[in-house]
Design a protein. Structure first.
Ligand code: CA
Length: 243
């Protein structure tokens, strides 16, 4: 089973915080609660957090300051702000400050969950983009979508194949389920497409990778009952730190 997504809820009004927390837990998320901005910032900065729901009027440190601080250390962390009805200025200021979306109070659990899902879908963990994957003497260049080995002619990957490979490489050591690949590579969430389609793309991708590299390199591992994982011996280079 995929790990539960972790959402930090920063909201000082206890009944609202509890309502949000209950709704998120019911929907299968792990929730960390924070009743003021200072605690919220500490919790939001922890590794593994997937999204932050951030009230703006908070004790100790207001939501705008929390957002500004967060953007310094976690520029890509999805943040949804909670704003009061009619406060358009806050909304605009929040979005300009780097919030990914907003929900206007009072909101229904359904509306909140829809926003959270949409933001997570747009930016699934937003890992640092994978630039290169090295397996033995062969190198996959993600921007050019090709595999090169020495002086051999480059083998070109389809956009779909490159996306699958990048998704796996962005999460080394973790099995990525077919459902996750469907939702992030194809943008499909309703399960109407056979997950077998994924297997067919994987097969073709493996054939290309094998043809372009040494036989002993395992590019994509199958994890029974879970999905696929990037080969453990590969070297993955991301764009992190280059910005
Ligand atoms: Ca408040």
């Amino acid at each position: 089973m995929a790990r539960k997504r972790i959402i930090v809820v920063v909201e000082d009004e206890e009944p609202i915080r509890r309502g949000i927390t209950d709704a998120l837990r019911m929907a299968g998320y792990d929730v960390v609660e924070a009743a003021d901005g200072e605690v919220g910032l500490i919790e939001a900065r922890r590794a593994g957090v997937d999204l932050v729901l951030l009230d703006l009027l908070l004790p100790k440190l207001n939501g705008f300051d929390v957002l500004a601080e967060l953007r310094v250390t976690r520029p890509a962390l999805p943040v949804v702000i909670l704003t009061a009805r009619g406060s358009e200025d806050d909304r605009v200021r929040g979005l300009r400050g780097g919030a990914d979306d907003y929900v206007v109070k009072p909101f229904s659990a359904r509306e909140l969950l829809a926003r959270v899902e949409a933001v997570l879908r747009r930016s699934p963990e937003r890992p640092a983009p994978v630039v290169r994957i090295v397996g033995g003497d062969a190198v996959v260049d993600c921007a050019r979508r090709e595999i090169r080995k020495g002086e051999n002619e480059a083998v070109v990957l389809s956009e779909m194949e490159a996306n699958i490979l990048e998704r796996l490489a962005a999460h080394p050591g973790r099995a990525v389920s077919r459902e996750e690949l469907l939702s992030c590579v194809w943008g499909i969430r309703d399960g109407s497409v056979e997950t077998r389609a994924i297997d067919m793309h994987i097969t073709r991708l493996r054939q290309k990778l094998a043809a372009a590299s040494d036989d002993n390199v395992e590019w994509i591992a199958t994890v029974r009952g879970k999905g696929y994982m990037i080969g453990a011996s590969l070297e993955v280079k991301t764009a992190e730190g280059q910005a």
